[in-house]
Design a binder for this molecule. Structure first.
Ligand code: 5GP
Length: 107
């Protein structure tokens, strides 16, 4: 059965797209910790990020870096934090979270 995120990639569930290429997709989190909280996922359905190949993890990080640069312009912040949780959705993803303060407690 397709994950929620695969349905988002397929356009069966709406999302606010931030960026996309042939392998990866970035969209705003539906329940953001802060404004601009973005998720980066592989279009290929993989349970957890560490199930990706070394090459895929590298390519996903490069994609995430470019998304983070765009987030920083759209949502002025001191840095864009990155987190891998995977508690809720069994489809590999990276959280990108604009941070306003070095002392922000996000989790
Ligand atoms: P995690 O699996 O890393 O614990 O969290 C999954 C994240 O996906 C959560 O921050 C949650 O708000 C987000 N999320 C879950 N379902 C949807 C959805 O249908 N659309 C969007 N945009 N985000 C979702």
């Amino acid at each position: 059965m397709a994950t929620i995120f695969s349905k988002i990639v397929a356009g069966e569930i709406p999302s606010y797209k931030c960026a996309e290429n042939d392998r990866f997709y970035a969209f705003l989190d539906i329940n953001p910790l802060v404004k601009g909280h973005t998720l980066v996922i592989p279009k290929r359905e993989v349970d957890y990020i560490f199930d990706l190949s070394d090459e895929e993890i590298g390519a996903m990080q490069v994609f995430a870096k470019h998304v983070a640069e765009a987030i920083k312009k759209a949502f002025p912040c001191i840095k864009v934090g990155q987190a891998v949780l995977g508690l809720e959705v069994p489809h590999a993803h990276i959280h990108l979270i604009p941070m306003q303060n070095e002392k922000d407690m996000l989790f």
